[in-house]
Design a binder for this molecule. Sequence first.
Ligand SMILES: [Zn+2]
Length: 403
Amino acid sequence: MNIKIFRNFSEIATLAPALKKDGRRLIPSDIGLIKNGSIVYNQEEILWVGPDSELPEDYKGIDSIDTTGKSCLPEIVDSHTHIVFGGDRAHEYSMRLNGATYEEIAAAGGGILNSMKGTNALSRSELLKLGQQRIRAIKSYGVGTIEIKSGYGLNFEKEYEISRIIHDLKNIVRPDVQIINTFMAAHAVPKEYASSYDYMKEVVLPLLDRLGEEQILDCVDIFHEKNYFSDEDVTSLFERAQRWNIPVKIHADEFNDNKGAILAAKYHALSADHLLSTGADGIAALKDSSTVATLLPGTGLFLGKTQANARAFLDAGVKVAIASDFNPGSCHCDNLLMVAALAAPIYKMNMAELWCAITLNAAHAVGIKSQGAIVPGLKPRFSIFNTDSIDRITYSWGKNLAI
Ligand SMILES: [Zn+2]
C-alpha cells in the first residue's frame, strides 16, 4: 500500500472544523490545531492524523519521516492567476506612481492591449518556458495547485494556442503541481471588433466549442464589466459552457456593482472574483449559494485602490477565498502567501479565515472538493513550512519558509 508517515510536526492545522462548517462563519479554533502531530497517508488519501502520542500501534513499526520543528497545513491553492503572458508593464507601474492617469497610460499604449501585443510577439515555446518558470516560482512559496487563465491572445489562433499551452503545462508539472486550465478569451474586447457581442460570436464561443470538444478545459471565465462584457455575453458564455459540462467563474463587480455576484449565484459559478463594489443583494445571493467569493487584495495594493469589504461577506456566511491575481498589469506579484498576509489585517480576518481562504475555500473555488483539509479520506496534498509555529508563516511578510 506504500504507506508514508510524517511524525512529530510541531504544529498541524487540519482545518477539519472549517471543513465541517463548509468554510463559512469561522472562529479562530476552526483552524484545527494539533501540536506534536503526525500524519499517515498513502498515494491516494490521508489515513490518519492526530497527536503523535495517539499514533495507532499498527503504524509505529513503519519507516517514517521526522518532521520535528516543522509545520504542516492543507496545500495552498492559488485560485486566480493570469500567468501566460509576454512582456511586462513595469513602465506603466512607474508612470502610475509618477502621477499618470489611466487615460494617459492607455494613450501611451498601456493596458491589457499592451500585454496582448507582448503575448502575440512570443512563440508557443517561449510562452511555455515562461509559464514553467512562473509555476516554479509560485511552487517555491508552498503553493501546490494553481489556476491559470488564458486571455492575452485575444484572437482565435493565439487564444487556442494559450489554452493548449496551459494544458501542456498541466501535464509537465503534475503530480507535483496541479494546474486548473481556465478559458478566458472573454478578457477584453480587441479594437477590431465593433462590440463584445461580435467578438463573442466570432472568437469566444466557436473557440469554446473547439476546446470543449478537445476536453482540455477545467473552467470558463469572463470579465463582466461596463465596456467589457455584458449580462448577455455572460449568459451566452455560461450556457455554452453548460452544454460542454464545464464549470464557470466570473470577474464580478470590480469597478461597479454590475450584479455579477447575483449572476454567479444564478449559474452556480464556482467563484465570483474581485467583488469590490458588490451590494447587499449580491452578498445575500452568494450566502445562499455554493459560489466562493474570491477576493484579490494584491490588485488593490498594487494599484493603490480600495479593498473589498471582506467582513461583509464573511459575517454574512459567504465562503471567502483569497487569490494572487498574478498578472502583468494590475498585480505583478506571484507570492500568494505574502498577499494574503498583507491583506489579513486590512480584511480583519482571523487565522482560521485567513488559512481557509487560501486552502479549503480556494480549492472549492476551482472545483476541487477532495482536498483543503487534513482529514482521513481527503487527498494527501500538504504545504510544509520550516518553522515550529504556524503563526510565523504569515507573520514573516515576504520571508519564504516553505519547504
Ligand atoms: Zn483576473
